[in-house]
Design a protein around this ligand. Structure first.
Ligand code: ME8
Length: 510
């Protein structure tokens, strides 16, 4: 089995913010979860470096587009390990290998008869790098996303014959109801297709910051076609991840993508242009697009252009990457819009991470240390508790297979709470006072350790560093999904554990 997951490639017109971290975290959870299942995984993220948004931002700063791209691509690249992302490759669209592949694929699209010359006239938002249809314009000819005035553009272009794919796209949507999820986004994409597709500019004449069009040196490709193709080009030159496909065979192993994870702002490009482009190039279509919502601050989409961003670097400094990963996927149902704030982050950190999971881990490991010197004897588990974990691993897999990351997390968290209730119900500190109940105490401690292993294995994709620490204290080195079943491995020795989520997080904590 192979699993290929991507994030959008982010524009380098400004620095990364929590919105970007969010998508990368979500895709990382999916990648890690599938690795736990023993699948061959490729996880791609990167930066989108051509086009007007970048050229304009560079111009405003008095640097070249390449200088700005280098500077900000480095910041996006640095963000990935900081948020615990385990991406196998980081693609930059100014990489000559990507550019050559774009030229090759788009030449094929032309050879296949889907490119023609014409003149484009219409409303254009330079921040979106997008031509707006009449129905997509705010009063005063403004961009509905950036609220800036649109420009009237007229230029000679080569066109992509999007309209030629009207029927095939409708068929695609009819035959594959899970091509785009959640359902609202599927409906939105399908209704866009049904409303009638128009051909779109494939190249820009006025712009020079882009991939040159091989058959006409006065044009560069419109940035969206250059960008979308990253998902394909990366596989043609990225090094193979450890233990995966042999070098240079990534396309055969990983294409088509299992999941493109994006937010709804770029739905149309991914749900309409992208499959049409792949059809035109005679390439296989991705299996799924998952479209998540916006992280909102004060009711507006967090956005570089609007400047209302929550700094992920600061949050990580104080609480650690795991806490941030947990928070964004727990607080906002994945797939919907939701507000985030420092106050609700701190509250969840304290009530759920420190008081629920952290406390459960501390109590369990310290009781095993205090009452049994860290040693656990082999024996039965408490059947009643184990029954509450029945099919948990399978249910988590089913949710993650559908990118339902908040629902999967909720399933696991119910077990964290169940284990805390179990501690209260069985009160090991009472059992420890009575020598006659030593066996019962052994069973309770064993059951707690096994339950903790189960939740740590399942939470690992969400909070890898903390779960690795917890599993190490339990003496467990195997993080594969098989360990989600209590009793699977036989924990024999438990070591002391420093608090997983200290109540007073120190500044500068990594
Ligand atoms: O659109 N909430 O790049 P971009 C949730 N280069 N997600 C958010 C977000 C928010 N407030 N803000 C940003 C581009 N994102 C193109 C993509 S792909 C072939 C080319 C995330 O830098 C979310 O994933 O504007 C969104 O789709 C993406 O960043 C847009 O990043």
């Amino acid at each position: 089995m192979s699993f290929y997951v991507t994030t959008p490639i982010y524009y380098v017109n400004a620095a990364p913010h929590l919105g970007h971290a969010y998508t990368t975290i979500a895709a990382d959870v999916m990648a890690r979860h599938h690795r736990q299942r023993g699948e061959s995984v490729f996880f791609l993220t990167g930066t989108d470096e051509h086009g007007e948004p970048v050229a304009d931002a560079a111009h405003a700063k008095g640097v070249t587009p390449q200088q700005l791209a280098d500077e900000n691509a480095a910041r996006f690249k640095a963000l990935a390990p900081l948020i615990g992302a385990s991406n196998d490759f980081f693609i930059r669209t100014t990489d000559p290998k990507h550019m050559a592949k774009v030229q090759e694929v788009l030449s094929r699209v032309r050879d296949n008869g889907y490119v023609y010359e014409g003149t484009y006239e219409g409303w254009y938002c330079p921040r979106c790098a997008d031509f707006k249809s009449e129905s997509d314009i705010d009063p005063g000819n403004r961009c509905p996303i950036h609220h800036i005035e649109l420009t009237r553009e007229q230029e000679d272009s080569y066109f992509f014959a999007l309209s030629a794919f009207q029927e095939r796209l409708q068929e695609l949507y009819e035959q594959r109801p899970d091509f785009v999820t959640p359902r609202t986004r599927y409906n939105e994409a399908l209704s866009f297709v049904r409303s009638g597709l128009h051909d779109v500019p494939l190249t820009r004449h006025k712009l020079t910051w882009g991939v040159p069009v091989p058959w006409d040196s006065e044009h560069v490709f419109y940035v969206w076609f250059d960008a979308l193709l990253n998902y394909y080009t990366a596989l043609s030159y990225a090094p193979a991840p450890d233990g995966a496909a042999p070098e240079n065979d990534l396309v055969a192993t990983f294409w088509p993508a299992s999941y493109h994870v994006i937010a709804k702002d770029i739905l149309r490009f991914h749900a309409v242009y992208w499959p049409a482009l792949l059809m035109a190039a005679a390439l296989e279509l991705p299996q799924h697009l998952f479209v998540h919502g916006y992280l909102l601050m004060e009711g507006e989409k967090m956005s570089k252009s609007l400047g209302n961003v929550l700094d992920p670097f600061a949050a990580i400094d104080r609480y650690g990457a795991d806490a941030l990963r947990f928070y964004v996927l727990r607080e906002v149902p994945f797939g919907q819009d939701g507000s985030v704030s420092s106050a609700s982050f701190e509250q969840r950190y304290e009530s759920e991470l420190a008081n629920e999971l952290g406390n459960l881990a501390s109590r369990t490991t310290s009781m095993i240390g205090r009452y049994r010197n860290g040693a656990l004897s082999a024996g039965e588990l408490d059947a009643e508790l184990v029954a509450d974990f029945d099919a948990l691993g399978e249910r988590v897999c089913e949710h993650v297979d559908r990118a339902e990351l908040t629902l999967a997390l909720d399933e696991i968290w119910q077990r964290v709470r169940r284990l805390n209730r179990y501690v209260e119900e069985r009160s090991p500190w009472q059992l420890a006072k009575d020598e006659a109940r030593a066996e019962e105490l052994d069973r309770v401690l064993r059951t707690l350790a096994e339950g903790l292993r189960s939740v740590a294995v399942l939470l690992w994709p969400y909070m890898p560093a903390s779960c690795e620490r917890l599993l190490a204290a339990l003496g467990v080195s195997d993080i594969s999904i098989a360990g989600a079943q209590p009793g699977a491995g036989g924990i024999t020795h438990v070591s002391p554990l420093e608090p997983l989520f200290p109540k007073e997080p120190a500044d500068g904590r990594g």
